[in-house]
Design a protein around this ligand. Structure first.
Ligand code: NAD
Length: 308
């Protein structure tokens, strides 16, 4: 039997995630939104693309959580996105209210599911989902690191004029201005980028990665990035459903790893059919550890405001 995925929030990220999942024929998809007609219309449109894509999954759009019952994975993208000049943190109170409502419904209908949280401010929202759901930490995962490292990889590949397939990148920390890209673990065909570019060039690419989301918001004026974010979600879904044991950066609840306790932060995780099957700890330099701690402190401040 095919696996079932529900996507809460049929906006830009949610519906585009449905598109990637459908195109890769990964699972049946239920799109849910509070706005009447939107999930139904988008699901119908996607369904009509199935014959062209040669994909036999089922796609449903609804305002009723009953249809999400017994989902294997639930992706939460409900919430408002940023407008120009706004930080992700400005979304905190509105999206926390939405998250509270969404998680209550998700848990009632899919108590065994794995949650992938996308809504911003990401680290605080995934912490809220973890606390509100009561799920164990293996089953609550935040999407940010794959996106942030994909942005870094895209910039590195353009700078060096090499295939994106040759480039791996490593990004730790929160999904925000304090994210911690690690150049010495970022490679081109196995060669650290520190051997291939001078420090000024790397610093420029790191800064562009940190500002990657804001640069797009500034162009779009309304709404924020969604193609790369939803592609990152699809990569997580594939790793879980195919039990790939794939190591990717995700926001995970730390219980002492990296010297951080009781907080979601971006770290390398092994994703498989049980969700986060292992958190990979690597040795950081004192400067990298300090940058990660600074990132954790800013997440802690946010979760303190909403009391989760
Ligand atoms: N983690 C990341 O890296 C990342 C990347 C991109 C976007 N985001 C975040 O993802 C969220 C969604 O972004 P988007 O561009 O898809 O926004 P969007 O406005 O296009 O879509 C959000 C959808 O959520 C729906 N919604 C609102 N309240 C709801 C509720 N209570 N129940 C169900 N649905 C509800 C809205 O009707 C809307 O359709 C934003 O918070 C954005 O900041 C995170």
């Amino acid at each position: 039997m095919r696996k079932k995925i529900s996507i809460i929030g049929a906006g830009n990220v949610g519906s585009t995630a449905a598109h990637w999942i459908m195109a890769k024929e990964l699972a049946d998809v239920v799109l849910v939104d509070v706005v009447e007609g939107v999930p139904q219309g988008k699901a119908l449109d996607l369904r009509q693309a199935l014959p062209i894509e040669r994909s036999d999954v089922r796609i449903t759009g609804t305002n009723d959580y009953g249809e999400t019952a017994n989902s294997d994975i639930v992706i939460i993208t409900a919430g408002i996105p940023r407008k120009p000049g706004m930080s992700r943190d400005d979304l905190l109170h509105t999206n926390f209210k939405i998250m509270t409502d969404v998680v209550k419904n998700v848990v009632a209908y899919s108590p065994e599911s794995i949650l992938i949280v996308v809504s911003n401010p990401l680290d605080a929202m995934v912490q809220a989902a973890y606390k509100l759901s009561g799920f164990n930490r293996e089953r609550v995962i935040g999407m940010a690191g794959i996106l942030d490292s994909a942005r870094f990889r895209a910039f590195i590949s353009r700078e060096l004029d090499v295939s994106v397939e040759n480039v791996t990148a490593f990004v730790l920390g929160g999904h925000g201005d304090t994210m911690v890209p690690l150049p010495r673990y970022s490679t081109v065909a196995g060669i650290p980028i520190t051997e291939l570019m001078d420090k000024a060039t790397i610093d420029r690419l790191v800064q562009r990665t940190r500002d990657g989301g804001a640069e797009i918001v500034k162009h779009l004026k309304t709404g924020s990035a969604y193609y790369a974010p939803s592609a990152a979600v699809a990569e997580m879904v594939e790793a879980i459903l195919k039990d790939k044991k794939k190591i990717v950066p995700c926001a995970a609840y730390l219980e002492g790893e990296y010297g951080i306790n009781g907080l979601f932060i971006g770290v390398p995780c092994k994703l498989g059919s049980n969700g986060i099957e292992k958190i990979i700890e690597i040795k950081l330099t004192p400067e990298e550890q300090a940058a990660l701690q600074k990132s954790a402190d800013s997440v802690k401040e946010l979760v303190g405001v909403i009391g989760v």
